[in-house]
Design a protein around this ligand. Sequence first.
Ligand SMILES: [Zn+2]
Length: 222
Amino acid sequence: MLRRFSPTLVSFSGSLLKSESVFVLERPDRSLLLVDAGLDPSATHLFHGFAALGDEALTRLSLIVFTHRHPDHIGGLPALLSALGGRSIPLVAHEHTAEHFSEFLPEPSRNTIHITRTVKHDEYVDATLKLRAIHTPGHTFGHLCLLLEEERILLAGDLFMRLFGLLHPVFKKYHDDFSLWRQTLSTVLDYDWDYAIPTHRKPVRLPRKRVERFIQRMTRHK
Ligand SMILES: [Zn+2]
């Protein structure tokens, strides 16, 4: 299902069971930037989403950035790259995500695809869109949130999730380092944004005040 959040930003979501979203950003020249690639190795909801954006949308895909390397964020990558028919595009992530990235890809593509450009904390992933990387290690050591500065929207990745109407950490067993997650969680509050959208469950815009209250609750007892 395709949802539009702003003139620049849409999301594609899978079925209820495959409850993760990917995000697509459009530059003024109409080229497209994808955030994450979902769980499904056949990338079905990515192809449906691109088809809904227009017949030639996939040909306009020009960069993919990953919030982190978990299989539900990179699983659709091999199928998607195959569909580009050999056209190579930058694959962007934090250096810690790049380190073991290809080990997390589904078979038979494991160890065959690698991150081609790393991005550091506070750098632009894309200067045209003013899409800034915010390094928030803990969920994984390379986890990035992505700030769409001009539209004041934070793509929060797995920094938290909304479950039964409440904000929660992503399940503890999926964290590389839960205490590091708590220590770095408030980094996103150093930046200006009005809404955050996490990857999992129905993609909705969460007002900043609500995210602030969650972060205060999580960081109160260190
Ligand atoms: Zn994750």
